[in-house]
Design a protein around this ligand. Structure first.
Ligand code: OOG
Ligand code: MG
Length: 278
């Protein structure tokens, strides 16, 4: 999907008052460097309070481009800040999107704290489409009709910003805090489940830390995918068959500590578990 978007991006001219390309590249490198060195940095809006959402997506695109140049592959786009739990927790009111890469997928049962800055975990429902979806005007019903299957997931987010605090443009520029994802091994067709009523509990060391249902995500997780298709359409992009799309945290995100044993149980979709090592 990305080569096509780069083409689109080149045709999309920055207005005169927008940030110049050099600053966008510099901020992209700054955030990438923070991620690679597992070091938190100050919010970019501290130095650039005028940063717009559009410019923030340009910075995100710069990061995505660099990762692709390093040989990484996008597994799919993700939505973020789609539930009240998340919006309230992060003090940001609008859904955003970012990209998840192949090197972020955790395949074993363990993660190491030393691979992250200050990781948090949240429970999500992921969609895999059987057909491409091109916005604008996409509805949740159209998404469900195009969905091949759904998978339970735990996303590990790791904001590159100090104290995990940011404004909307900051978190967009930081590729929506994307850092890791663990998928469960139960997959179902969407019509086998009532995704809005699907309950989820998120436990650490046997204690429930948060819980919710699919409807927490903009009313229905399929609606989140529809919003994503419509947001991407503004850049001339579409959702593609086979991509794994994260719809956003149903639960609030929980900070991880060494020794944590994390388990999310999804009604009808089994559980997703991992432990946190040093
Ligand atoms: C931004 C990422 C949000 C979600 O599911 O809401 C996200 C953050 O909270 O750091 O992935
Ligand atoms: Mg998430």
């Amino acid at each position: 999907m990305w080569p096509q978007s780069l083409q689109v991006q080149e045709e999309y001219k920055l207005g005169e008052d927008t940030m110049n390309k050099e600053i966008i590249e510099k901020l992209g490198r700054h955030l990438l460097d923070a991620q690679e060195n597992r070091r938190e940095v100050s919010k970019i809006t501290t130095e650039h309070p005028e940063l717009t959402v559009e410019q923030a997506y340009d910075i995100q695109e710069q990061i995505v481009r660099s990762k692709l140049e390093q040989g990484l592959r996008i597994i799919g786009p993700k939505m973020g800040l789609t539930s009240q739990a998340k919006m309230k927790q992060m003090n940001v009111d609008d859904p955003i999107y970012g990209y998840v890469f192949d090197n972020m997928v955790v395949t074993g049962q363990d993660i190491s704290l030393s691979d992250y800055i200050h990781p948090k975990v949240e429970a999500e429902i992921a969609f895999v489409l059987g057909q491409d979806i091109q916005g604008p005007g996409i509805t949740g019903a159209q998404v469900l009709a195009a969905t091949e299957y759904v998978i339970p997931a735990l996303e590990i987010i790791d904001s590159r910003y100090e104290n995990f605090q940011f404004t909307l443009p900051d978190v967009i520029a930081d590729n929506a805090s994307s850092s890791g994802v663990i998928f469960g091994n139960v997959i179902k067709r969407p019509e086998q489940l009532e995704l809005d009523l699907l309950g989820v509990t998120l436990s650490i060391n046997g204690k429930i830390k948060d819980l919710g249902a699919g409807a927490a995500v903009v009313g229905h997780p399929a609606h989140s995918v529809a919003m994503l298709a419509n947001m991407l359409a503004r850049k001339g992009l579409k959702l593609r068959a086979g991509e794994i799309i994260l719809t956003g945290g149903i639960t609030g995100a929980i900070l991880l500590s060494e020794g944590d044993s994390v388990s999310a149980r999804f009604d009808g979709l089994g559980s997703v578990d991992f432990t946190v090592g040093a």
